[in-house]
Ligand binder design. Sequence first.
Ligand SMILES: NC(=O)c1ccc[n+]([C@@H]2O[C@H](COP(=O)([O-])OP(=O)(O)OC[C@H]3O[C@@H](n4cnc5c(N)ncnc54)[C@H](O)[C@@H]3O)[C@@H](O)[C@H]2O)c1
Length: 367
Amino acid sequence: MAFNQIYQNKKVLITGHTGFKGSWLSVWLLQLGAEVYGISNDVPSQPSMFEVLELESKIHYQCIDVTNFNALNAAIQNIQPDFIFHLAAQAIVSTSYTNPILTIQSNTLGTAHVLECVRLLDKKVAVVIITSDKVYDNVEQLAGYVESDLIGGKDIYSASKGAAELIFKGYWHSFFKDKHQVRIAVARAGNVIGGGDWSTDRIVADCMRKWSMNQTVTLRNPNATRPWQHVLEPLSGYLLLGQLLYEELLHVNGQAYNLGPYQQAGITVLDVVNKLSSYFTGANTMVNVQEDASLKEAKLLQLNCDKAVIELNWRATFGFDEMTKLIADWYKNFYNNDGSVNMYDFTNDQIVTYHNHAFENNLSWTK
Ligand SMILES: NC(=O)c1ccc[n+]([C@@H]2O[C@H](COP(=O)([O-])OP(=O)(O)OC[C@H]3O[C@@H](n4cnc5c(N)ncnc54)[C@H](O)[C@@H]3O)[C@@H](O)[C@H]2O)c1
């Protein structure tokens, strides 16, 4: 029971369904009674949450690159979705340095293709486009960025996501504003962490890979602060946005929303890693700090989420301890699994835990 039961028996398309967030979103939507369709070009990591949870047997999916417009359009015309969550992206910042054109093609052109497919779709559809907190021109200000702040990332990943937003704006004003069948919004989430992420150059994934082999993890940017949040926090925001769009709440249509953590300013990489280490290994000793001044990543990035709180009645609910404990538990159950734990059921249970926590905190989407 959540999101006003809007997803029950609906066709929901997730682009990027084999990824970290896409896999969690697939599980949640299945729990909500949706018929889930996925489009991705590949399985992005080894292991992957998609394969660990055996999602290939639970959803309909196709292997399509979002840069291939004809294939994407044919698939979307065939599915006739009621909802689209567009997550497919080259999502790794370090890869955007080694492969900038691929990043721009997947993230910018890919989003343009999804928007064009939506334009050609002749039915009611609610669409949520997932960009990033990194779309903002990060001037390392202390105050959190608000949705009207300047877009303009200084690295290619951020630029590719910012450019996707400019294209969204163009499509919105040119086509969707007056096309009432299409309802669409953008979600900008901060650094998302959770069980089941094995992407390269992501801090939690790096830690779990090392610790599972009893090795120490090395931190190069230990004092960077990020708007850390458990993956279920922004996903609740995406699902709520989808619900409100489908229910035709017009003030949401065409808008962008920051989705960030609750009362968690100033948490550093080192804070997160130490806490995860204490839950995962029972000690704080599995961390080695080796600062690298050449790293180009910004040190300070905070989001102001007042717009989502006021207009959507959304907010994140987990505190730092709850978030890190749930993550460490997920990986502990995966790595120490003697075959008795079904990771799909375990993931479902973590979603129920999150839902119950949000319910106790009176979040309206839980009804
Ligand atoms: N994880 C985070 O911390 C974070 C933070 C902000 C925004 N985001 C955004 O959320 C979305 C999902 O992120 P994630 O962490 O799950 O990433 P991920 O790398 O785990 O998954 C990316 C997904 O996109 C698919 N994909 C990549 N390029 C594609 C292409 N050209 N055509 C079709 N599919 C393609 C992959 O196969 C995979 O399914 C992305 O848009 C990402 O930019 C993630």
